[in-house]
Ligand binder design. Structure first.
Ligand SMILES: *Cc1c(COP(=O)(O)O)cnc(C)c1O
Length: 434
């Protein structure tokens, strides 16, 4: 399989180049040159397959022969170490729980698949691969844990001091080994600027093999399509049309769902649900794509003012607004509505949602008001304990903290404090690489 840049269809590269570089040299995003349909036999036997078997078939379909099948099998085994169960919350309303990974959010899928692929490509070159990642919380923890002890790789996490939760911070500052945390006395935007500047710095590029692990990497998107198939398999016999609601920020998760549909998965509609950062729902209403500064909300992993995967969504519909808006419904919710949904679902169904999943639940309910013949699935993207303060405030009771999160909390935080000055960062970086 070749991958092309969304800025230039004639710029085509191998899987290795797409994954190692992340972004195309013209700043476009990589897309597979074709998205083949899976066979009828695959779909007929889908309900009998386990999650790893499903994932391998889907991965082969998107990757082809670019890496040997035994290696792909190994990477799938490393990625799919946990389930994504479908739980019925109300009659005909299902939660797809994507938080059973080591850092309790769906980003574990993408980060683990990426680390498997980069680990494989690292063996074919002499230099250690240095992965720079700026984080406001979830991405840093998923990436750090996925790459921990992966030979030939080194991860540098930059995060804004005092602006991530303690649980998030512990997940990337306590590992040690090939994981280094840089605590920046500034904002998330400062962290992102430092990373971007490092990629533009010629001296650094010459001496280090730098790559990024942010969500535009195609290797993070591919595994996110696996669980749409997994969800469908768990529905078993279903004769109703299916809608999936995706709580969204950068729209990688929704894009992966659209790719699953292109591969033949019978999903009849998608809902793009957002918090107050409603750039895409507004586009679906008005056909105007207006980038804005992000607004802070209680579903903070979706506080995105310029959704980076939007161009991929357009690409999947051949840049045709009519086709896109016929399949994707937009909806947007305030923090107040989100808290009220968490409270109601807990008291009526005894099911605790995190604030991101709650936005997904609300989007699904809104769609079903006018489409009552559908079966609905919403993606529950994080464990509620990851946002314990907000959730406990909404449902007015204490929630249980999973053991794997408690383990992280016991670890000792180790970080290097730096300023927002690029020269300081530039001089420090080579000393961190062994
Ligand atoms: C990153 C994240 C999202 C947003 O996903 P996108 O693919 O960026 O749309 C939603 N929920 C949680 C918990 C996240 O960490």
């Amino acid at each position: 399989m070749k991958y092309y840049s969304t800025h230039d269809k004639n710029h085509r590269v191998s899987l290795q180049q797409a994954v190692v570089h992340g972004l195309a040299p013209d700043n476009g995003l990589y897309m597979p040159e074709s998205i083949p349909k899976l066979s009828d036999r695959f779909f007929k036997t889908l309900p009998d397959k386990n999650f790893k078997e499903i994932s391998l078939e889907v991965a082969k379909n998107l990757i082809g022969n670019d890496i040997p099948e035994v290696e792909l099998q190994r990477i799938i085994d490393h990625t799919i170490q946990f389930d994504a169960p479908l739980v019925e919350v109300e009659s005909n309303i299902f939660s797809l729980e994507l938080f059973h990974g080591p850092t309790l959010a769906f980003k574990d899928f993408g980060a683990r698949f990426l680390s498997g692929l980069l680990g494989y490509f690292a063996k074919q070159q002499s230099k250690e691969i240095t992965i720079l990642v700026a984080t406001s919380g979830d991405t840093g923890s998923a990436v750090a844990n996925a790459f921990f002890n992966v030979a030939g790789t080194r991860v540098i996490v930059l995060y804004p001091s005092g602006k991530v939760s303690e649980a998030q911070e512990k997940q990337f500052t306590t590992l040690g080994g090939n994981i280094t945390a840089l605590e920046v006395s500034g904002t998330f935007d400062d962290c992102q600027r430092l990373v971007k500047q490092a990629f533009l710095d010629r001296e650094l590029k010459k001496s280090l093999f730098l790559t990024s692990a942010n969500s535009i990497n195609i290797a993070r998107l591919i595994p996110q399509s696996f669980y749409y198939f997994g969800a469908y398999a768990q529905l078993k016999q279903n004769d109703k049309p299916v809608v999936v609601c995706v709580p969204s920020g950068n729209f990688g998760n929704l894009t992966a769902g659209l790719m699953a549909k292109k591969m033949g998965l019978p999903i009849d509609a998608f809902v793009a649900a957002t918090n107050a950062n409603d750039i895409v729902p507004e586009y679906l209403r008005t056909q105007q794509f207006k980038v804005r500064a992000s607004k802070q909300t209680i579903s903070n992993a979706m506080d995105v003012g310029n959704p980076s995967n939007f161009v991929r969504m357009l690409e999947l519909f051949g840049n045709d607004f009519q086709k896109l808006s016929a399949q994707i419904f937009g909806s947007t919710f305030s923090d107040e509505a989100t808290k009220e949904a968490m409270r109601l679902v807990d008291s009526n169904s005894n099911y605790i949602m995190d604030p991101h999943g709650a936005v997904g639940y609300l989007g699904l309910k809104e769609f079903l008001k006018t489409h009552s013949d559908f079966t609905g699935i919403f993606l529950e993207t994080a464990h509620p304990a990851k946002f314990a303060d907000v959730v406990e405030d909404a449902i007015q009771k204490q929630i249980e903290i999973p053991d794997r999160l408690k383990e992280f909390m016991k670890g000792e935080k180790k970080s290097i404090l730096i300023s927002t000055d690029f020269d300081e960062f530039r001089l420090l970086l080579p000393t961190l690489i062994t």
